[in-house]
Write a protein that binds this ligand. Structure first.
Ligand SMILES: Nc1ncnc2c1ncn2[C@@H]1O[C@H](COP(=O)(O)OP(=O)(O)OP(=O)(O)O)[C@@H](O)[C@H]1O
Ligand SMILES: [Mg+2]
Length: 215
């Protein structure tokens, strides 16, 4: 199964959620590969810091949009899960990620929305659905805080599209920042709430995948 994690806005948690889902799936005994499609190569960097004694998460870089689908196709044969860490670039990579994915996850922050980048992302999604009508997509609320309301305009915009928000929410926690720079996932760290949260998220993602018979 191929999961694309993308949003045209930077810093929303694409890499953090990619790494943590990958680590969680690896601990479940799945063979997991991340394709890092962002020029900054943050997942690749994370992989460089990861200890060999931890469950294996292979990370490969691919920043050439036209090379993506071939790479992903070949990795699908080898790995149970291929996760694509997306790019905030406005270029063609985001469309390529959508076309290469079986399931899309779109992280959102509850505040600081970039309306224009969201409009562009949703346009790309509609375009991709022209080629791939069955492309399930879900928003994930990252750095979730129940005290912060979603901006009404953004809610209106999101409401026009058939993209539900996952029940599982990810809160702002030191564990994500700390493990992100030390080659780990929160599952391998000491914050029990973060561990539970990521397990709930991974479970819901697998349930959605099963719903579309992607496993
Ligand atoms: N839930 C969270 N709690 C605490 N810190 C977080 C959380 N999610 C992300 N971060 C931190 O926020 C920063 C941006 O996150 P991340 O790199 O995952 O975003 P991104 O969407 O991949 O950004 P870019 O577009 O630059 O690649 C990182 O320093 C990360 O550690
Ligand atoms: Mg990133």
């Amino acid at each position: 199964m191929v999961i694309g994690i993308t949003n045209l806005k930077g810093g929303v948690g694409k890499t953090t959620l990619t790494l943590n889902l990958a680590v969680t799936f690896a601990h479940q005994g799945k063979r997991v590969c991340i394709v890092d499609a962002d020029k900054n190569q943050n997942s690749m960097e994370w992989s460089g810091a990861r200890k060999a004694s931890l469950p294996e998460v292979i990370v490969m870089g691919c920043t050439e949009p036209r090379a993506l689908s071939k790479l992903v196709e070949s990795q699908k044969e080898i790995y149970d899960m291929v996760l694509i860490d997306g790019t905030p670039d406005l270029g063609e990579m985001t469309t390529r990620i959508m076309l290469a994915s079986d399931l899309m996850l779109i992280p959102l922050l509850p505040s600081g929305h970039d309306f224009r980048s969201m409009v562009l992302l949703l346009q790309r999604f509609e375009q991709a659905k022209g080629f791939k009508p069955e492309l399930p997509a879900y928003f994930i609320l990252n750095k979730f805080d129940e005290r912060l309301n979603f901006h009404a305009d953004m809610m209106d915009l999101l409401g026009q599209y058939d993209i539900p928000i996952l029940d599982a929410k990810v809160k702002s926690r030191i564990a994500y920042a700390q493990t992100g720079v030390s080659g780990m996932g929160v599952l391998e760290w000491t914050d029990q709430k973060a561990i539970e949260e990521i397990e709930v998220l991974a479970k819901e993602v697998l349930e959605k995948a099963a719903q579309y018979q992607l496993n």
